[in-house]
Design a protein around this ligand. Structure first.
Ligand SMILES: Nc1nc2c(ncn2[C@@H]2O[C@H](COP(=O)(O)OP(=O)(O)OP(=O)(O)O)[C@@H](O)[C@H]2O)c(=O)[nH]1
Length: 496
């Protein structure tokens, strides 16, 4: 708050003030362990406050068919500490039109509607805050009273109609550097009301957003009050309902329950707070609007859900494609080296742990450099593609065939012993011997391969990588012996 305004308010002698009994009630509320008996003792000394408290305790809302209470202690016990505080604080609200021509009746009606709405909303959204939100909403416009006391007609003449609450706050901000919410919090603090209530007054004006139930109850409560008291309340409510449709935490059905409860409670509350009962709203019309809105909201939700489902499916599909790309060798479409290594590690661990067979085959195409040199690299690529396709047709579903690098291929064969692996290797050789992989210069092009095989039982292998090295070693044995053949890994003879 601007310093100049703060000192003017501090010096202002005509600010709304509290009767002594109400001030003492607040002092008890601020004490560390407020007790019912302390409240009752203070209130008993003030006849007007006592009367107000007794009528509140015996109202239909609080008595709920119980025996009438006739003393302060019973009344405070029945209505609770927060409601007692609200009653005491409501004495700070002036009841009659003063010379400043501020429409106090309107302000009081607005305060009562907002307070009741805040409490009812809180019962659904944050029940333990409900009693205190009543008091906070009740006091949310005391800053207007403070401005009016400070500047009299200079304030009232410059502000718009009180019904244009948003505009009112903007004009105050331009003129004084802060709005009545802040001034109200200052005044509440100077009365000594508990800090949470004073802070709530600052929070009471602002946009309606999800996320903070307490703020939402407060901010919505004054909008409900504005609509209730608007000249054309039906269209004011329908505009508000449309605005609320975007809030996820607000259930329109719940809001309608709140409105009905408000309609029910307002006459008795108006009597208690000594104001003219606010006019009833057209709840049939409101319900019809709400139903329509609910339908639209459901429709929008269904459309949104369908969109989300589609987005999810598209995301899943692109994830599958990405995952596939991540694992696949882009030239041959077989598993790539990182994926082969990962799968081999898994099979290696599983086979070791479960004592199951596992064999690995290392295939290296022979004299591949010559093919590249003679027919070009692109032609060589084609040969690799054809070989890969043939290989993937020959292996079992449970095998993993992949391109290890250049013209080298690896086949992981779970549950396969060296002899079965050897049969597959021979089948590959026979295929290459009988089927040309492609045509070169109009002639069929035959390719041969050197194949090394290792069985997990062939040695003491510490890792999957050791198994690949062993298969590679077996393949080199074949290369060394003249290529186009199959070799099995032999554990080296121990040095003697
Ligand atoms: N076209 C093509 N060639 C590749 C690819 N990757 C590696 N090569 C070639 O494969 C050839 C491998 O040559 P070497 O390692 O000498 O082996 P090799 O000619 O098959 O001879 P041996 O293995 O001893 O039978 C090289 O010419 C590489 O350029 C590839 O993706 N496409």
């Amino acid at each position: 708050m601007p310093e100049a305004l703060r000192s003017r308010l501090a010096d202002c002698r005509s600010l709304p003030s509290l009767p002594a009994a109400a001030a003492r009630v607040i002092a008890i509320a601020r004490s560390t362990e407020p007790r019912l008996a302390d409240y009752a003792r203070v209130i008993e000394q003030d006849p007007a406050l006592t009367l107000r408290l007794l009528s509140m305790a015996n109202s239909a809302f609080y008595s709920r068919g119980g025996n009438p209470v006739s003393n302060c202690l019973d009344a405070v016990s029945r209505i609770g500490l927060d409601a007692t505080l609200s009653i005491a604080l409501s004495f700070g609200l002036p009841r009659h039109r003063s010379a400043t021509e501020l429409d106090h009746e309107y302000l009081c009606q607005r305060a009562i509607i907002a307070a009741t709405a805040a409490q009812e909303l809180a019962e659904h959204l944050c029940p333990h805050e409900a009693p205190q939100l009543f008091t906070t909403a009740l006091l949310q416009d005391i800053g207007i009273l403070a401005f009016a006391a400070l500047d009299g007609e200079a304030y009232t003449a410059h502000i718009p109609d009180l019904r244009q609450h948003q505009r009112l706050a903007e004009v105050e901000l331009e003129r004084y550097g802060c709005d009545h919410a802040l001034v109200g919090a200052w005044l509440a603090a100077s009365w000594g009301v508990p800090g949470t209530i004073a802070k709530g007054l600052i929070d009471s004006h602002g946009p309606l957003v999800d996320g903070d139930a307490r703020k939402l109850c407060l901010r919505l409560s004054c909008r409900i009050a504005d609509c209730w008291l608007a000249a054309d309340s039906a269209s004011a409510f329908s505009a508000l309902l449309r605005q609320l449709a975007s809030l996820a935490s607000l259930d329109i059905v719940m809001l309608m329950t709140v409105m009905q409860e408000l309609q029910h409670r307002l006459p008795s509350l108006a009597r208690l707070f000594e104001i003219t009962c606010p006019p009833a709203i057209d709840s049939t019309h409101l319900l019809a609007e709400a139903k329509e809105l609910l339908f639209e909201q459901n429709l929008r939700m269904t459309i949104r859900l369908a969109e989300q489902q589609r987005e999810l499916e598209a995301l899943h599909a692109s994830h599958v494609v990405l995952d596939e790309q991540h694992r696949t060798d882009h030239l041959t479409q077989l598993a790539n080296r990182p994926w082969l290594e990962k799968r081999l590690e898994q099979h290696f661990e599983l086979a070791k742990h479960a004592h199951q067979p596992l064999s690995v085959m290392f295939i290296d195409l022979d004299h591949f450099k010559r093919i590249n040199d003679r027919f070009g690299h692109r032609f060589g690529d084609e040969v690799l593609i054809h070989f890969a396709a043939a290989l993937s047709n020959m292996v079992r579903e449970s095998d993993v065939a992949g391109r290890y690098g250049g013209e080298e291929f690896l086949v992981i064969m779970p549950n396969t012993r060296r002899q079965q692996a050897g049969i597959l290797a021979e089948r590959i050789r026979e295929y290459l011997a009988s089927q040309p992989l492609t045509q070169a210069d109009g002639e069929p092009l035959h390719v041969t391969a050197s194949i090394g095989i290792v069985d997990l039982e062939d040695g003491e292998f510490e890792s999957a990588a050791a198994l690949v090295d062993a298969a590679d070693q077996a393949m080199y044995g074949v290369k060394h012996d003249g290529r186009d053949g199959v070799g099995h890994y032999e554990e080296p003879e121990p040095d003697t």
